[in-house]
Structure formats: C-alpha cells, structure tokens
Design a protein around this ligand. Structure first.
Ligand code: HEM
Length: 479
C-alpha cells in the first residue's frame, strides 16, 4: 500500500499534483522560501523530495552517502538500455568499476598525456571561429565532441564525413533526450509502456527500439575498434586503450564499453557551458573587456593562455565560475534512497525520487546577491569555499560527484581564456545595421543550454589571427 510523504510542500491538485508551467528549476527553488530547503512535491502522482541548499545536499549525499548514492533510471532511459552507463547504473559493482575507470582516466595527472589532443581541438575551435564565425554553435559542438572521442577512444575525426563522430553525436543527442523527466510521457507515466506498440499512447516504443539498437551497436563498434588497435599494437593513447593495457582484467568488458560511452555524453555539458559563455560575452561586453585586459597584461600577446595561468587570472577564473553559476547546464538531477529514511523528522520511503536542485543552490540570494545577474566580480568579493564554489556544487556531491570535474575545470578555463584573448564577441547586426540583443533564453530538459542565437565574432587584431596560425603551426611541428 502506498504511503503518503509527510514532508511539507506546496498544495497539490488532484491527479496532476504540482503543476510546473514555467521554468521548473526556478519554480522549485521559489518553494524553498516557504517550505525550507527540503520539501516535497508531487509530479503527476509521483511523490518527490526537492533539495535546494548546499548544507542539506551535504547532509544527504555526503554524510548519508550510503543511503543516497543510487540514481534510478527514468523509464525511457531503461527502455533504451541507456542505464548501463554510469549516470543511471543500478548495479553497485558495475558502478564502482565504471567510476574507477573514469576517475582514473580523467584525473588531472592522467590528462597530462592528452595535452596535445586538448591543444589540437582547442586550436581547431579557434581556427573554425576564425574561418566561419557565424556557425559558432556548431563549431563548439564539433570540437568538443571530437575532443571527447579522441581522449576516450583515440579516434581523430576526419571532419564532417567522419562516420564514428556522427554516430557519437547521435548517441549523445538520444541519451540527453531521454534523461528529461517531461521529455517522454512514459517517464511521467511508466504504465504507458504496457500498451502495445501500435497504440497511439505508445510512440516511445518505436523510438526506444531504434535508439537502443543504434546505441548498442555504436558503443560496441567504438570499443572493438580500440581493442583491435591495442591487440595489433598500434592503438593511439586513449582512456580505453590505457584501460585495456593496464587493468583490463579488473573490469567487466560491458563496464568498459558503457562507461567509456558515458564519457561522450558527459562531455556534451562542456558544449552547452561554452555556448552559455558565448551568450554571456555578447550580453556583457564590459566583463569581456576586463578579462581581455587581464589576459593581455599577464599573458601578453605572443602566446595563448594555458591552465598554468589559472592563479594569475582571477577575473577570468571569475568568468568561468560565473558561467557555471549563471545557467548551470544540469539544473536538476535525481537520487533515490536505497532504504527508508527520516529527514527533519519526516518520513522518506525507499526509492523516493530526491531531486537535487543545483540551480537553486547557485542562485541563493543570500550567498549570491542579485543572483540573476552575470557578475564575474562577485568572485573577487566572495571568500570562495565549498559552500559557494560552482566547482563544488554544479558537479554534484559525495559518491556520485562528476568524474569529469577536474578535466572540465582545465578545459573550460583554457578555451574560455583563449577565446577572450583572441576574439571580440559582440552583438550581430540586422540588415538595417541595428544591433540584435539575443534573449537570455534557455532550452528545457535534463541538460540545458542557450537557444540558438546570433553574434558577431572577429579576431581582436591581426596579431590575434597570427597567434592562432602560429600556434597551429607549432602544434603540428610538435605532433
Ligand atoms: C560543465 C561540465 C559538467 C557539469 C556541470 C557536470 C555535472 C555533473 C553532475 C551534477 C553530475 C551528477 C553528480 C551527482 O549525482 O552528485 C554528473 C555526473 C557525471 N558526469 Fe558530469 N558534469 C560536467 C562535465 C562532465 C564531463 C566532461 C564528463 C566526462 C567524463 C562527465 C561525466 C559524468 C559522468 C559519467 C557522471 C555520472 C557519475 C555517476 O552517476 O556516478 N561530466 N556531472
């Protein structure tokens, strides 16, 4: 018999529960003002707990990590067999193995061996921005997708016609579509899966069958490609080739296949974060100018910034943190307790969906006054610590914290600082010469990014274009 949640929360309507008609994570954050940082909601009959403060998140996901380390898959994720990666892995042993693989593969000291790959794709992005600036949204996606594919599988994309890169892109797109609660009706009403495929209420079945087949084939083909190369001794350095060479016997083969593919979907968050950065630069030219002055003063104009400049560029690091805070790419993500629990004296049954509201934590008005504004200077005013640093919040907590966090910090800083150093990003103009101000509008779903917008991108000077060309040349010589 279903027991009702006793945790206080907003009043529900019959059948539908709490209706969220606007931006869900913002509306869920607003309820915290009335009900505190842990409250309950009902989503079309499913009871859920929402967590909106860092201290509450640490209490649950760090102190009570054994209870809250699980994340149950949404129905569509399960139907597509996408829960075999890491994000929704239900098997504790496979989860441990998969996390070991990625944490080891993506550790900062490991990344040093991939410096040439990171530099290659950073420069590829800069040169694409130089050649076809209007297509910047796609360039970011292509460059970051290619980067993940090369670090993960040792495969260097040959460009638009590269079959593996296209299949990888499809896998990432399909995976991210399934993880939005409202993206498929069957996620909201799992009972719909009992309908036969021909029934109008079950269009998800055909999609799930096709996506499952494509993903299973892609993940296996990509893995077999590396395995063959390792066996013949001509594998390029990559996370999988290293795994196969160094600790193949400690891991199940299906864990290697699925965890590596999860890295590609994880990498998509950097695409959306960099697109958010571009929007911030168009809307806040003053921030862009300050960062440019800082970079030119500290780094000079005869080399591109690298991660070793992090400590010397506080305003630029403020931009990186503010981009992650302003519109976090993952605003919400669930966890589920593996046993009944008590929260502030309120009963939480096993398997309840506990929604972590990262957006609410990063928009806490007490910690981040004028929270909706993009203000990189707030990071010089704040004493940065675990209660406010986006690198300690936007990447999750405890046992399930993002394994890509250290790599992302390095990558985002290097690319953002390099773009600011070499390009001026400003508003595009319409046919009459009027500036077009893009709206601060974001997609909805499990991972979010800005809706496509236009901007004007030009090299800061002839020296900037030369710097990009020379960096490409010297990278080629080194390779
Ligand atoms: C801006 C960039 C990124 C953000 C904001 C981000 C954020 C997150 C968050 C919030 C989680 C859930 C953590 C939790 O439940 O406590 C997560 C998990 C994960 N992330 Fe990231 N991530 C980013 C980049 C990456 C990258 C580059 C990778 C590539 C390896 C990656 C791979 C993963 C994986 C595999 C998981 C699942 C871990 C698990 O469930 O145990 N992420 N990420």
């Amino acid at each position: 018999k279903r027991r009702r949640l006793e945790t206080p929360g907003p009043r529900r309507l019959p059948l539908v529960g709490n209706l969220f008609t606007g931006i869900v994570h913002e509306q869920m954050a607003a309820f915290a003002n009335e009900f505190g940082s842990i409250f309950s909601v009902n989503l079309f009959g499913t009871d859920a707990i929402v967590v909106t403060s860092v201290s509450a998140a640490r209490e649950l996901f760090v102190k009570r990590s054994a209870t809250y380390a699980t994340r149950l898959p949404l129905k569509m994720v399960e139907l597509c067999n996408f829960h075999q990666g890491l994000l929704f892995q239900p098997d504790a042993n496979k989860l441990r193995q998969g996390r070991r693989l990625l944490l080891k593969g993506m550790a900062r000291r490991e990344l040093e061996q991939y410096q040439d790959i990171i530099q290659h794709h950073t420069l590829a992005l800069l040169s694409r921005l130089l050649a076809e600036p209007d297509d910047f949204m796609n360039h970011i996606q292509t460059s970051m997708g290619d980067l993940s594919l090369e670090i993960g599988y040792g495969h260097r994309s040959t460009g638009k016609d590269d079959v593996l890169a296209r299949r990888s892109k499809d896998w990432v797109t399909n995976f991210t579509s399934t993880i939005a609660f409202g993206g498929f009706l069957v996620n909201v009403f799992p009972i719909l899966d009992r309908l036969p495929e021909w029934c109008p209420g079950a269009p998800h079945k055909k999609t799930a069958n096709a996506w499952r087949k494509d993903a299973d084939n892609f993940r296996r083909d990509a893995y077999e490609m590396v395995k063959r190369a390792v066996n013949t001794g001509d594998g390029q350095p990559s996370i999988i080739s290293k795994t196969l060479t160094e600790f193949r016997h400690a891991l199940d083969e299906d864990v290697i296949i699925n965890s590596a593919a999860q890295m590609l979907t994880g990498g998509h968050t950097t695409v959306l974060t960099l697109q958010t950065f571009m929007l911030a630069m168009v809307l806040h030219p003053e921030a862009q100018e300050k960062a440019k002055e800082e970079i030119h003063r500290v780094v000079g104009s005869d080399r591109l910034p690298t991660f070793s400049d992090w400590d010397d560029l506080p305003y630029t690091t403020g931009i990186v943190r503010e981009v992650l805070r302003w519109h976090p790419v993952i605003p919400l993500l669930p966890r589920n307790p593996i046993q009944d629990d008590l929260l502030n004296g309120h009963f939480v049954p096993k398997d309840t969906m506990v929604i972590v509201n990262y957006w609410a934590m990063l928009h806490d008005e007490v910690i981040f006054p004028d929270h909706a504004a993009f203000r990189p200077e707030r990071w010089s005013e704040l004493k940065i610590d675990r209660t406010n640093d986006p690198f300690e919040i936007a990447f999750g907590f405890g046992r399930r914290v993002c394994p890509g966090r250290a790599a992302t910090k390095e990558l985002l800083f290097t690319i953002i600082a390099s773009i600011i150093a070499t390009f001026k990003i400003s508003k595009a103009k319409d046919a009459h010469g009027n500036e077009i101000t893009p709206p601060e509008e974001f997609t909805s779903g499990g991972v979010i990014g800005p809706v496509p917008f236009k901007c004007h991108i030009e090299p800061r000077s002839r020296v900037s274009s030369q710097l990009i060309a020379e960096s490409i040349q010297s990278a080629r010589i080194r390779a």
